[in-house]
Design a protein around this ligand. Structure first.
Ligand code: PLP
Length: 370
């Protein structure tokens, strides 16, 4: 890599060159059908709907569409600015100083940051080994008198691991037994072969975190939701910051996307799985590189490059600056293991996945020869 690029903010650079980049770094979805959604947005813009504050509970019917999607019609949905804010509000409402939350490393660390901000402690179970997810037994071992919550990200960013029905059920039972909350982040649910909500087994103590960023390709719209029983919602919604609701254009786009998702999502999933398989086939040429989890139950997986001893940030930089393929070095999703891997997402057009497949061997060979 060009030495002058070493201190460049990769996100800034990638955004500056956005139109040329194969964006495989943030698990965003670039293959959802934008025409249907664009028409709905244009209609809203024509009506100048942005001049009003939205109805505080959201666009009529939108919460119902979210609850229908989850088959949780008895529950309540609160619209938020992305799943991120749903996580923040929930954590703020339910956790306090000294509380412990069973979590993992690797994980999606912004959630751990929110936990720490509330004065609580994420108890990070190391999971960078088979089965690449939190073993149910280990949850039991880590529970103390201070444990208040289990963070269940399923499917798990960054590994792509999913939990079986038996595992989700067992986690829900532990939580009920020990009177713990389950914070069930299901952002990647639609990409999995089978998915089981903790709320199906333990509705009274589960908060389901919902997002349309990844399944519907609406990351920039910043719409999500938190879903719980009406009783739990009474406690959590006190911390809702969106007294005046969330972005109306985002709500319109979400409404249309959810209304039509069953028609087009199977194709998104098919492309995602095809890309995933092609990447796996390419990686089979390397003896010193492996995929911990395949097939990923999400739209990303991690590629372990630890045996190559290469610097993952150098791999990220070379792919980005020389090939305009943006993947993520692991350090941002694992404190302990981040140097071992890069994370690659594949809900992108097949040509973009091909660009990664062509560039990756060159980058690895170039770096090995440096
Ligand atoms: C596990 C997980 N939860 C939540 C989010 C944030 O989603 P949103 O865009 O809805 O804020 C992400 C984004 O990558 C994620 O990976």
């Amino acid at each position: 890599m060009d030495n002058s690029k070493q201190d460049v903010d990769v996100f800034k650079w990638a955004h500056e060159h956005r139109d040329e980049i194969a964006w495989m770094s943030q698990n965003t979805n670039h293959i959802a059908p934008s025409n249907i959604i664009n028409d709905a947005i244009e209609e809203g813009i024509k009506k100048k709907i942005y001049q009003w504050y939205p109805y505080s509970k959201g666009l009529f019917g939108l919460n119902e569409l979210i609850l229908d999607d989850l088959h949780l019609k008895e529950q309540r949905s609160l619209l938020t600015s992305g799943g991120t804010e749903a996580l923040y509000i929930t954590i703020r409402a339910l956790l306090g100083s000294g509380d412990e939350v069973i979590a993992s490393d690797p994980s999606y660390f912004i959630i751990h940051k929110f936990i720490r901000l509330s004065g609580a402690i994420p108890v990070e179970i190391p999971i960078y080994k088979d089965p690449w997810k939190i073993p149910v037994d280990e949850i039991n071992e880590r529970i103390t008198s201070k444990t208040k919550m289990i963070l269940l990200i399923d499917p798990l960013n960054p590994l792509g691991t999913g939990y079986s029905k038996e595992e989700v059920k067992a986690i829900a039972e532990i939580a009920r037994d020990k009177k713990l909350y389950v914070l069930n982040d299901i952002t990647y649910r639609d990409f999995s072969d089978e998915h089981h909500l903790a709320a199906s087994y333990y509705p009274e103590g589960t908060i389901t975190i919902y997002s349309v960023s990844k399944n519907c390709g609406l990351a920039g719209m910043r719409i999500g939701s938190l879903v719980s029983t009406p009783e739990l919602m009474n406690t959590i919604a006190k911390y809702n910051t969106n007294d005046l609701s969330v972005n109306i254009i985002g709500q319109i786009a979400t409404y249309k996307a959810l209304q039509t998702k069953s028609q087009w999502f199977p194709e998104v999933k098919k492309i995602t799985r095809t890309n995933q398989l092609k990447i796996k086939n390419m990686l089979e040429n390397f003896e010193d590189i492996f995929l911990p989890v395949y097939p990923s139950q999400a739209n990303m997986f991690i590629i372990d490059v630890s045996k190559t001893k290469l610097d993952t940030e150098a791999i990220q930089g070379k792919l980005l600056f020389e090939h305009k393929v943006f993947v993520r070095a692991g350090n941002y999703v694992s404190a302990k293991y981040g140097k071992n891997f890069i994370r690659v997402s594949f809900s992108v057009p097949e040509e973009h996945a091909e660009r990664f497949i062509n560039a990756f061997p060159n980058v690895i060979n170039d770096l090995k020869n440096m």
